[in-house]
Write a protein that binds this ligand. Structure first.
Ligand SMILES: *[C@@H]1O[C@H](CO)[C@@H](O)[C@H](O)[C@H]1NC(C)=O
Ligand SMILES: *[C@@H]1O[C@H](CO)[C@@H](O)[C@H](O)[C@H]1NC(C)=O
Ligand SMILES: *[C@@H]1O[C@H](CO)[C@@H](O)[C@H](O)[C@H]1NC(C)=O
Ligand SMILES: *[C@@H]1O[C@H](CO)[C@@H](O)[C@H](O)[C@H]1NC(C)=O
Ligand SMILES: *[C@@H]1O[C@H](CO)[C@@H](O)[C@H](O)[C@H]1NC(C)=O
Length: 357
Protein backbone atom coordinates (compact mmCIF):
# COMPACT_ATOMS: atom_id res chain seq x y z
CA UNK A 1 0.00 0.00 0.00
CA UNK A 2 2.73 2.46 0.97
CA UNK A 3 4.65 1.66 -2.15
CA UNK A 4 1.54 2.39 -4.19
CA UNK A 5 1.18 5.77 -2.58
CA UNK A 6 4.77 6.57 -3.32
CA UNK A 7 4.19 5.56 -6.87
CA UNK A 8 1.48 8.13 -7.19
CA UNK A 9 3.56 10.87 -5.64
CA UNK A 10 6.53 9.93 -7.68
CA UNK A 11 4.93 9.64 -11.05
CA UNK A 12 3.53 13.12 -10.58
CA UNK A 13 7.07 14.38 -10.25
CA UNK A 14 8.40 12.26 -13.03
CA UNK A 15 11.15 13.91 -14.93
CA UNK A 16 13.55 12.57 -17.47
CA UNK A 17 17.04 13.11 -16.26
CA UNK A 18 19.26 15.10 -18.54
CA UNK A 19 22.77 16.12 -17.61
CA UNK A 20 22.07 18.36 -14.64
CA UNK A 21 25.41 20.11 -14.52
CA UNK A 22 25.29 21.40 -18.03
CA UNK A 23 25.46 25.17 -18.11
CA UNK A 24 23.03 26.99 -20.28
CA UNK A 25 22.60 30.57 -21.25
CA UNK A 26 20.35 30.22 -24.23
CA UNK A 27 17.85 33.00 -24.44
CA UNK A 28 14.88 30.64 -24.66
CA UNK A 29 15.52 29.40 -21.13
CA UNK A 30 15.18 32.80 -19.53
CA UNK A 31 11.65 34.04 -18.73
CA UNK A 32 9.89 36.02 -21.48
CA UNK A 33 11.21 39.62 -21.76
CA UNK A 34 13.94 38.95 -19.20
CA UNK A 35 16.31 41.19 -21.11
CA UNK A 36 13.85 44.09 -20.99
CA UNK A 37 13.27 43.96 -17.24
CA UNK A 38 15.00 46.28 -14.80
CA UNK A 39 18.14 44.89 -13.20
CA UNK A 40 18.49 47.59 -10.57
CA UNK A 41 16.24 50.06 -8.79
CA UNK A 42 17.64 52.81 -11.03
CA UNK A 43 15.83 51.29 -13.99
CA UNK A 44 12.39 51.98 -12.51
CA UNK A 45 10.59 55.26 -13.30
CA UNK A 46 11.72 58.23 -11.24
CA UNK A 47 8.87 60.23 -9.77
CA UNK A 48 9.12 63.81 -8.56
CA UNK A 49 7.10 63.75 -5.37
CA UNK A 50 6.07 66.88 -3.52
CA UNK A 51 8.97 66.61 -1.09
CA UNK A 52 11.32 64.05 -2.58
CA UNK A 53 12.10 61.88 -5.57
CA UNK A 54 11.47 58.17 -5.55
CA UNK A 55 11.34 55.11 -7.80
CA UNK A 56 7.88 53.80 -8.56
CA UNK A 57 7.34 50.04 -8.76
CA UNK A 58 4.13 48.55 -10.06
CA UNK A 59 4.03 44.85 -9.13
CA UNK A 60 0.95 44.47 -11.34
CA UNK A 61 3.04 45.11 -14.41
CA UNK A 62 4.68 41.93 -15.69
CA UNK A 63 7.91 43.75 -16.52
CA UNK A 64 8.11 45.49 -13.16
CA UNK A 65 7.54 42.31 -11.17
CA UNK A 66 10.05 40.53 -13.37
CA UNK A 67 12.44 43.37 -12.56
CA UNK A 68 12.09 42.67 -8.83
CA UNK A 69 13.16 39.09 -9.56
CA UNK A 70 16.03 40.23 -11.74
CA UNK A 71 17.31 42.46 -8.95
CA UNK A 72 17.14 39.49 -6.58
CA UNK A 73 19.15 37.36 -9.01
CA UNK A 74 21.59 40.19 -9.55
CA UNK A 75 22.32 40.79 -5.86
CA UNK A 76 22.42 37.14 -4.76
CA UNK A 77 24.66 35.75 -7.50
CA UNK A 78 27.86 37.08 -5.86
CA UNK A 79 27.01 35.01 -2.76
CA UNK A 80 26.80 31.81 -4.78
CA UNK A 81 30.34 30.96 -5.88
CA UNK A 82 29.01 28.09 -7.99
CA UNK A 83 27.45 30.72 -10.29
CA UNK A 84 30.80 31.83 -11.63
CA UNK A 85 30.14 30.56 -15.12
CA UNK A 86 26.57 31.79 -15.43
CA UNK A 87 23.84 33.31 -13.31
CA UNK A 88 21.62 30.47 -14.57
CA UNK A 89 23.06 28.43 -11.69
CA UNK A 90 21.52 30.85 -9.19
CA UNK A 91 19.15 28.80 -7.04
CA UNK A 92 16.62 31.65 -6.93
CA UNK A 93 15.94 31.23 -10.64
CA UNK A 94 12.95 29.02 -9.90
CA UNK A 95 11.07 32.17 -8.90
CA UNK A 96 11.28 34.20 -12.13
CA UNK A 97 11.13 31.02 -14.15
CA UNK A 98 7.81 30.00 -12.61
CA UNK A 99 6.58 33.56 -13.02
CA UNK A 100 7.50 33.41 -16.72
CA UNK A 101 5.49 30.22 -17.07
CA UNK A 102 2.49 31.89 -15.40
CA UNK A 103 2.84 34.72 -17.92
CA UNK A 104 3.17 32.63 -21.04
CA UNK A 105 0.29 30.35 -20.04
CA UNK A 106 -1.89 33.45 -19.43
CA UNK A 107 -2.37 32.49 -15.80
CA UNK A 108 -1.67 36.14 -14.92
CA UNK A 109 -4.68 37.10 -17.09
CA UNK A 110 -2.50 39.42 -19.17
CA UNK A 111 -4.15 38.53 -22.51
CA UNK A 112 -1.23 39.62 -24.63
CA UNK A 113 -0.42 42.75 -22.61
CA UNK A 114 1.98 43.39 -19.73
CA UNK A 115 -0.84 44.22 -17.30
CA UNK A 116 -1.42 41.61 -14.64
CA UNK A 117 -5.01 41.34 -13.43
CA UNK A 118 -5.67 41.47 -9.70
CA UNK A 119 -8.34 38.83 -10.41
CA UNK A 120 -5.63 36.30 -11.17
CA UNK A 121 -5.29 33.78 -8.35
CA UNK A 122 -1.84 32.75 -9.55
CA UNK A 123 -0.63 36.36 -9.75
CA UNK A 124 -2.02 37.11 -6.31
CA UNK A 125 -0.26 34.15 -4.73
CA UNK A 126 2.92 34.98 -6.65
CA UNK A 127 2.82 38.50 -5.18
CA UNK A 128 4.08 37.02 -1.91
CA UNK A 129 6.88 35.23 -3.70
CA UNK A 130 8.18 38.39 -5.38
CA UNK A 131 7.40 41.50 -3.35
CA UNK A 132 8.14 39.76 -0.04
CA UNK A 133 11.71 38.59 -0.81
CA UNK A 134 12.37 41.95 -2.46
CA UNK A 135 11.30 43.95 0.60
CA UNK A 136 13.28 41.69 2.89
CA UNK A 137 16.42 41.89 0.73
CA UNK A 138 16.03 45.66 0.80
CA UNK A 139 15.59 45.72 4.57
CA UNK A 140 18.59 43.51 5.21
CA UNK A 141 20.71 45.84 3.06
CA UNK A 142 21.43 43.53 0.14
CA UNK A 143 19.86 45.98 -2.29
CA UNK A 144 21.32 49.45 -2.45
CA UNK A 145 18.98 51.71 -0.53
CA UNK A 146 17.11 54.27 -2.53
CA UNK A 147 13.67 55.82 -1.98
CA UNK A 148 11.00 53.75 -3.71
CA UNK A 149 7.29 53.21 -3.53
CA UNK A 150 5.27 50.16 -4.47
CA UNK A 151 1.89 50.85 -6.04
CA UNK A 152 -0.87 49.51 -3.83
CA UNK A 153 -3.73 47.45 -5.23
CA UNK A 154 -6.52 46.15 -3.03
CA UNK A 155 -5.01 45.15 0.30
CA UNK A 156 -1.74 43.70 -0.95
CA UNK A 157 0.98 44.97 1.36
CA UNK A 158 3.53 47.37 -0.06
CA UNK A 159 6.08 48.07 2.65
CA UNK A 160 8.07 46.17 5.22
CA UNK A 161 5.92 46.78 8.28
CA UNK A 162 2.66 46.22 6.50
CA UNK A 163 3.90 42.97 4.96
CA UNK A 164 5.18 41.86 8.31
CA UNK A 165 1.65 42.18 9.62
CA UNK A 166 0.14 40.45 6.63
CA UNK A 167 2.45 37.46 6.20
CA UNK A 168 4.93 37.36 9.10
CA UNK A 169 6.23 33.82 8.69
CA UNK A 170 7.21 34.31 5.05
CA UNK A 171 8.99 37.55 5.96
CA UNK A 172 10.92 35.77 8.71
CA UNK A 173 11.87 32.83 6.51
CA UNK A 174 13.11 35.07 3.69
CA UNK A 175 15.02 37.02 6.30
CA UNK A 176 16.68 33.77 7.40
CA UNK A 177 17.40 32.81 3.81
CA UNK A 178 19.24 36.07 3.09
CA UNK A 179 21.00 35.95 6.44
CA UNK A 180 22.32 32.45 5.72
CA UNK A 181 23.21 33.52 2.20
CA UNK A 182 25.40 36.29 3.55
CA UNK A 183 26.99 33.80 5.94
CA UNK A 184 27.40 31.11 3.30
CA UNK A 185 31.19 31.33 3.19
CA UNK A 186 31.23 30.32 6.88
CA UNK A 187 28.98 27.38 6.11
CA UNK A 188 31.19 26.31 3.21
CA UNK A 189 34.44 26.70 5.15
CA UNK A 190 37.37 25.15 3.33
CA UNK A 191 35.31 22.47 1.69
CA UNK A 192 34.96 22.10 -2.02
CA UNK A 193 31.60 23.35 -3.23
CA UNK A 194 29.67 20.34 -4.42
CA UNK A 195 26.05 19.20 -4.40
CA UNK A 196 26.27 18.33 -0.73
CA UNK A 197 27.36 21.86 0.18
CA UNK A 198 24.72 23.45 -2.03
CA UNK A 199 22.09 21.27 -0.37
CA UNK A 200 23.24 22.20 3.11
CA UNK A 201 24.24 25.84 2.81
CA UNK A 202 21.78 27.08 0.21
CA UNK A 203 18.85 24.87 -0.75
CA UNK A 204 17.73 24.13 2.81
CA UNK A 205 16.91 27.75 3.56
CA UNK A 206 15.64 28.55 0.07
CA UNK A 207 13.06 25.76 0.17
CA UNK A 208 11.83 26.76 3.64
CA UNK A 209 11.30 30.35 2.51
CA UNK A 210 9.75 29.34 -0.81
CA UNK A 211 7.32 26.99 0.90
CA UNK A 212 6.44 29.59 3.50
CA UNK A 213 5.56 32.17 0.83
CA UNK A 214 3.28 29.71 -0.95
CA UNK A 215 1.59 28.21 2.10
CA UNK A 216 0.95 31.51 3.81
CA UNK A 217 -0.27 33.24 0.67
CA UNK A 218 -3.02 30.69 0.00
CA UNK A 219 -5.43 31.84 2.73
CA UNK A 220 -4.86 35.46 1.65
CA UNK A 221 -5.94 34.87 -1.93
CA UNK A 222 -8.91 32.50 -1.64
CA UNK A 223 -11.26 35.25 -2.86
CA UNK A 224 -9.55 34.97 -6.27
CA UNK A 225 -10.33 31.30 -6.75
CA UNK A 226 -13.73 32.20 -8.18
CA UNK A 227 -12.10 33.84 -11.20
CA UNK A 228 -10.24 30.73 -12.31
CA UNK A 229 -11.72 29.63 -15.63
CA UNK A 230 -12.57 26.02 -14.68
CA UNK A 231 -12.71 23.75 -11.69
CA UNK A 232 -10.03 21.64 -13.32
CA UNK A 233 -7.66 24.59 -13.29
CA UNK A 234 -8.61 25.19 -9.67
CA UNK A 235 -7.83 21.60 -8.65
CA UNK A 236 -4.58 21.85 -10.53
CA UNK A 237 -3.55 25.08 -8.79
CA UNK A 238 -4.49 23.98 -5.31
CA UNK A 239 -3.06 20.50 -5.83
CA UNK A 240 0.21 21.92 -7.08
CA UNK A 241 0.46 24.21 -4.06
CA UNK A 242 -0.19 21.33 -1.66
CA UNK A 243 2.43 19.10 -3.24
CA UNK A 244 5.19 21.72 -3.03
CA UNK A 245 6.08 20.39 0.39
CA UNK A 246 6.90 16.94 -0.97
CA UNK A 247 9.18 18.41 -3.61
CA UNK A 248 10.81 20.72 -1.11
CA UNK A 249 11.76 17.77 1.10
CA UNK A 250 13.99 16.34 -1.63
CA UNK A 251 15.70 19.76 -1.84
CA UNK A 252 15.85 19.62 -5.58
CA UNK A 253 18.10 22.23 -7.09
CA UNK A 254 16.13 25.27 -8.23
CA UNK A 255 18.55 26.83 -10.69
CA UNK A 256 17.30 27.95 -14.09
CA UNK A 257 18.12 24.77 -15.96
CA UNK A 258 16.55 22.38 -13.46
CA UNK A 259 13.45 24.51 -13.15
CA UNK A 260 12.89 24.82 -16.89
CA UNK A 261 13.34 21.08 -17.29
CA UNK A 262 10.66 20.37 -14.68
CA UNK A 263 8.37 23.07 -16.00
CA UNK A 264 8.43 21.69 -19.51
CA UNK A 265 7.96 18.16 -18.24
CA UNK A 266 4.88 18.59 -16.15
CA UNK A 267 3.37 22.05 -16.15
CA UNK A 268 0.65 22.67 -18.75
CA UNK A 269 1.50 25.50 -21.16
CA UNK A 270 -2.09 26.77 -21.05
CA UNK A 271 -4.87 26.97 -18.48
CA UNK A 272 -6.84 23.80 -18.07
CA UNK A 273 -10.25 23.21 -19.56
CA UNK A 274 -13.10 21.09 -18.36
CA UNK A 275 -12.17 18.40 -20.86
CA UNK A 276 -8.70 18.09 -19.32
CA UNK A 277 -10.17 16.30 -16.32
CA UNK A 278 -9.92 13.05 -18.22
CA UNK A 279 -6.32 13.92 -19.00
CA UNK A 280 -6.53 12.99 -22.63
CA UNK A 281 -6.07 16.36 -24.23
CA UNK A 282 -4.32 16.02 -27.49
CA UNK A 283 -2.29 19.23 -27.28
CA UNK A 284 -0.65 18.49 -23.91
CA UNK A 285 2.52 16.46 -23.99
CA UNK A 286 2.61 12.91 -22.77
CA UNK A 287 4.47 13.74 -19.57
CA UNK A 288 2.19 16.68 -18.73
CA UNK A 289 -0.75 14.46 -19.49
CA UNK A 290 0.52 11.80 -17.13
CA UNK A 291 1.39 14.15 -14.31
CA UNK A 292 -2.08 15.72 -14.47
CA UNK A 293 -3.65 12.30 -14.30
CA UNK A 294 -1.71 11.49 -11.16
CA UNK A 295 -2.48 14.86 -9.61
CA UNK A 296 -6.20 14.46 -10.18
CA UNK A 297 -6.20 11.00 -8.63
CA UNK A 298 -3.96 11.98 -5.72
CA UNK A 299 -5.37 11.11 -2.32
CA UNK A 300 -5.06 14.48 -0.63
CA UNK A 301 -6.79 13.03 2.42
CA UNK A 302 -3.60 11.01 2.89
CA UNK A 303 -1.28 13.98 2.44
CA UNK A 304 -0.34 14.44 6.08
CA UNK A 305 0.60 10.80 6.41
CA UNK A 306 2.48 10.79 3.13
CA UNK A 307 4.38 13.92 4.14
CA UNK A 308 5.40 12.25 7.36
CA UNK A 309 6.77 9.18 5.64
CA UNK A 310 8.40 11.20 2.85
CA UNK A 311 9.97 13.45 5.49
CA UNK A 312 11.50 10.42 7.18
CA UNK A 313 12.73 9.05 3.84
CA UNK A 314 14.46 12.28 2.84
CA UNK A 315 16.26 12.96 6.09
CA UNK A 316 19.86 12.90 4.84
CA UNK A 317 21.72 13.98 1.73
CA UNK A 318 22.16 10.54 0.19
CA UNK A 319 18.54 9.61 0.65
CA UNK A 320 17.39 12.95 -0.75
CA UNK A 321 19.56 12.46 -3.80
CA UNK A 322 18.05 9.05 -4.37
CA UNK A 323 14.58 10.45 -3.77
CA UNK A 324 15.33 12.89 -6.59
CA UNK A 325 16.61 10.09 -8.85
CA UNK A 326 13.43 8.22 -8.03
CA UNK A 327 11.43 11.13 -9.35
CA UNK A 328 13.75 11.64 -12.31
CA UNK A 329 13.55 8.09 -13.60
CA UNK A 330 9.87 7.51 -13.01
CA UNK A 331 8.88 8.58 -16.50
CA UNK A 332 11.50 6.36 -18.06
CA UNK A 333 11.10 3.19 -16.07
CA UNK A 334 9.04 2.40 -13.01
CA UNK A 335 11.38 -0.48 -12.24
CA UNK A 336 14.43 1.77 -12.13
CA UNK A 337 12.48 4.27 -10.07
CA UNK A 338 11.57 1.54 -7.60
CA UNK A 339 15.22 0.62 -7.26
CA UNK A 340 16.00 4.22 -6.42
CA UNK A 341 13.16 4.25 -3.94
CA UNK A 342 14.67 1.18 -2.28
CA UNK A 343 18.02 2.98 -2.13
CA UNK A 344 16.30 6.05 -0.68
CA UNK A 345 14.86 3.88 2.05
CA UNK A 346 18.19 2.20 2.67
CA UNK A 347 20.06 5.48 3.11
CA UNK A 348 17.24 6.94 5.19
CA UNK A 349 17.48 4.12 7.70
CA UNK A 350 21.15 3.19 7.65
CA UNK A 351 22.75 6.63 7.39
CA UNK A 352 22.55 9.34 10.00
CA UNK A 353 19.81 11.90 9.55
CA UNK A 354 20.98 15.49 9.15
CA UNK A 355 17.67 17.08 10.04
CA UNK A 356 14.68 16.47 12.22
CA UNK A 357 11.70 14.99 10.46
C1 LIG B 1 12.08 65.99 -11.70
O1 LIG B 1 12.78 67.08 -11.12
C2 LIG B 1 14.09 67.26 -11.66
C3 LIG B 1 14.74 68.41 -10.92
O2 LIG B 1 14.52 68.33 -9.56
C4 LIG B 1 13.99 67.56 -13.14
O3 LIG B 1 15.30 67.69 -13.68
C5 LIG B 1 13.26 66.43 -13.84
O4 LIG B 1 13.07 66.76 -15.21
C6 LIG B 1 11.91 66.21 -13.20
N1 LIG B 1 11.30 65.02 -13.81
C7 LIG B 1 10.02 64.95 -14.12
C8 LIG B 1 9.55 63.68 -14.71
O5 LIG B 1 9.26 65.87 -13.92
C1 LIG C 1 22.45 37.01 -16.15
O1 LIG C 1 22.97 36.44 -17.32
C2 LIG C 1 22.36 36.91 -18.51
C3 LIG C 1 22.91 36.09 -19.65
O2 LIG C 1 24.28 35.93 -19.56
C4 LIG C 1 22.64 38.42 -18.63
O3 LIG C 1 22.04 38.91 -19.81
C5 LIG C 1 22.08 39.13 -17.41
O4 LIG C 1 22.37 40.49 -17.46
C6 LIG C 1 22.66 38.54 -16.14
N1 LIG C 1 22.15 39.18 -14.95
C7 LIG C 1 20.90 39.10 -14.54
C8 LIG C 1 20.58 39.83 -13.27
O5 LIG C 1 20.03 38.48 -15.11
C1 LIG D 1 23.91 43.66 -11.48
O1 LIG D 1 23.46 44.76 -12.24
C2 LIG D 1 24.46 45.74 -12.45
C3 LIG D 1 23.80 46.92 -13.12
O2 LIG D 1 22.88 46.54 -14.07
C4 LIG D 1 25.57 45.12 -13.28
O3 LIG D 1 26.58 46.06 -13.51
C5 LIG D 1 26.12 43.93 -12.56
O4 LIG D 1 27.08 43.28 -13.35
C6 LIG D 1 25.03 42.96 -12.22
N1 LIG D 1 25.58 41.90 -11.39
C7 LIG D 1 25.30 40.62 -11.59
C8 LIG D 1 25.92 39.67 -10.64
O5 LIG D 1 24.57 40.24 -12.52
C1 LIG E 1 3.06 51.17 4.95
O1 LIG E 1 1.85 51.15 4.18
C2 LIG E 1 0.71 51.45 4.95
C3 LIG E 1 -0.49 51.27 4.05
O2 LIG E 1 -0.31 51.84 2.81
C4 LIG E 1 0.81 52.86 5.49
O3 LIG E 1 -0.34 53.15 6.27
C5 LIG E 1 2.06 52.98 6.35
O4 LIG E 1 2.23 54.30 6.76
C6 LIG E 1 3.28 52.53 5.56
N1 LIG E 1 4.42 52.49 6.47
C7 LIG E 1 5.59 53.02 6.15
C8 LIG E 1 6.67 52.86 7.17
O5 LIG E 1 5.78 53.59 5.09
C1 LIG F 1 -3.03 11.40 -22.62
O1 LIG F 1 -3.46 10.27 -21.88
C2 LIG F 1 -4.65 9.66 -22.36
C3 LIG F 1 -5.07 8.58 -21.41
O2 LIG F 1 -4.04 8.13 -20.63
C4 LIG F 1 -4.39 9.13 -23.79
O3 LIG F 1 -5.57 8.54 -24.29
C5 LIG F 1 -3.98 10.30 -24.66
O4 LIG F 1 -3.66 9.84 -25.94
C6 LIG F 1 -2.78 11.02 -24.07
N1 LIG F 1 -2.49 12.17 -24.83
C7 LIG F 1 -1.28 12.43 -25.31
C8 LIG F 1 -1.10 13.70 -26.06
O5 LIG F 1 -0.38 11.65 -25.13
Amino acid sequence: MRILIFFSIISWFSIININADEVIDEESFYPPYWYLAASSLDDFPLINGSSSQYRLIDPWSYLHRLGLYKILINITTPYMPFCSSSNASNILFALPSQFGWLFSSNRLFTYGTMRISTHSWWASANYYLSVIPFLVAMDIGLIKREPFRIIQRENFCTNFSECFNQIPDAMIQWYRFFYHLQQSSLCIGHKKIDKRIIDKCYLTHMWIAYKSSIYNSLPLVTSKLQYLPTNVEKSFGLGWAKLINLISMTRKNTNLYETIKNQRRFLPFRMLRKSDRKADSKDLSDSVNRSLKVLFSFRFDWLLFIEKVWGRLTCNFDSRLNAQYTLDTMAVSKLVALQYLAKTTFYAFFYKCDRLY
